[in-house]
Design a protein. Sequence first.
Lengths: 113, 114
Amino acid sequence: GAGVSQSPRYKVAKRGQDVALRCDPISGHVSLFWYQQALGQGPEFLTYFQNEAQLDKSGLPSDRFFAERPEGSVSTLKIQRTQQEDSAVYLCASSSDSLSGVFFGSGTQLSVL
Amino acid sequence: GENVEQHPSTLSVQEGDSAVIKCTYSDSASNYFPWYKQELGKGPQLIIDIRSNVGEKKDQRIAVTLNKTAKHFSLHITETQPEDSAVYFCAASLFKAAGNKLTFGGGTRVLVKP
């Protein structure tokens, strides 16, 4: 595709529900990142994949957050038992390799009620 | 870990004037410094980047400068236009085999008044 594609664009969840956010990176991009952006703040790193390998998950805030990229292309960020503090925009980004520019999708805005 | 500070948090300029945004970083090992523009409801858009072996880079009306000794870098936008109005983020990272993890500044909201 032309850019990084994320779905859904908006997600409303009741507290305690599980959610799954999808990212389709730019075709051929080896590196994939997830970031969390709170209102009025800069994005914060969550996790990084190189192909299907999750090489860095140091930014995941708790064990309720889980990400996967089983075939080295599409990735899913799963949040279990959502809490109000999980409300944020979740951004996915990709790059062709670890030395190239990083390109972001439009994000999924998650609201936990 | 890396910490990036960005100033100012808001910037209002008259159309045609220049805008300057400044960032400082803490980790002297960082070697890659991109700038992103984010419009309402959209993801960050990469507009320009600079690597630590370069002191300055220019692309049309946008330029970035890097001072490694002082650990600060700046974005300069000349001849501003209303469509330059957006939130701008600086970021820093260390290129390495295990990925390019970006640490972002807090953002600068730029308003260009016609």
